[in-house]
Design a protein around this ligand. Structure first.
Ligand SMILES: [Zn+2]
Length: 81
């Protein structure tokens, strides 16, 4: 793992800005979803970009976005209708 950027300070709500170099490296854009992984022993947090997938079958193709950032594929959507 490499050190990227300068130390960041959490704001009053616990938020930080992800350094632009990291966002570019991960192709992170506004509204993308990220997942946090915590290793308490080493006090390390890993941030991983999540790619949209169907909430039912986890397919990544032919997705329709529903409210609240939920995705359903066309096949599952047809079965639900
Ligand atoms: Zn599906």
């Amino acid at each position: 793992m490499k050190n990227v950027g300068i130390p960041r300070r959490l704001d009053e709500l616990g938020r930080i800005v992800i350094p632009i170099d990291v966002r570019r490296a991960l192709s992170l854009n506004e509204r993308d979803t990220v997942m946090f992984f915590l290793d308490e022993k080493s006090r390390t947090v890993i941030l991983k970009k999540e790619f949209p997938s169907c909430i039912c079958c986890h397919a990544a193709d032919s997705l329709r976005q529903l409210p609240h950032g939920i995705y359903v594929c066309e096949s599952c959507l047809a079965q639900l209708s």
